[in-house]
Design a protein around this ligand. Sequence first.
Ligand code: PGA
Length: 250
Amino acid sequence: MRKAIIAGNWKMNKTPDEAKALVTDLIPWVKDAACDMVVCVPAVCFQAVKEAVRGTNIHLGAQNVHFAEKGAYTGELSAEMLRAVGVEYVIIGHSERRQYFGETDITVNKRVRAAVRGGLTPIVCVGEKKDEREAGYTDAIVEYQTRMALTGLSADEVKNIVIAYEPVWAIGTGLTATDGQANETIGVIRRAVARLYGEDTAAAVRIQYGGSMNPGNVKGLMAQPEIDGGLIGGASLKAPDFTQVVLFDR
Ligand code: PGA
């Protein structure tokens, strides 16, 4: 069976000192968590968080990666650079990057390939907007985004990545997909993976739900058979809330 994976997406929050304080709070509470645990922090916090989590069950993640190995890309970071400071996971194609920073399905795919080849585990985000769901396009959108994101990867590479289904209308809004909606759409994503890479790969790949996941709704969502974890924004910024999400099985 797939091991659950809960990742915090801190977005543009926390200075290094604040980051260190947050993970230091978290460590004792989550030390017996049954799931894999990642905190995707701002780049300026990598070092502080890496030192604080050394020897614990918390893994370090980034929020973006460039697709080139090096070169004239002002402001960007390569997979090799991220690996060098202890980053293991990287969020790619978050809807905020698609909305505000011109991220497209093509650049998402380039970043996913660079991450995998560079030894990072991508957490690739897909998800429909509100009007797309209302018009009945959800399945088509997530299937298309999934196919695009995975282009050029082998089945073995796909088995080891993480996909996050994040309906855009549920991110930071307090609106959550119902347990059934999240389960159903993640099933659509898994069947898309199966058509491309076969049943074994689809059965292995972990697919998270993200969008206003919190201590109040985590149990219901995690009880769904297709949902393998969560990508947590707001609730990952408070140690008690993130702890309750991570310990969803208690
Ligand atoms: P949220 O964010 O939990 O604050 O809705 C989730 C995300 O953007 O990954």
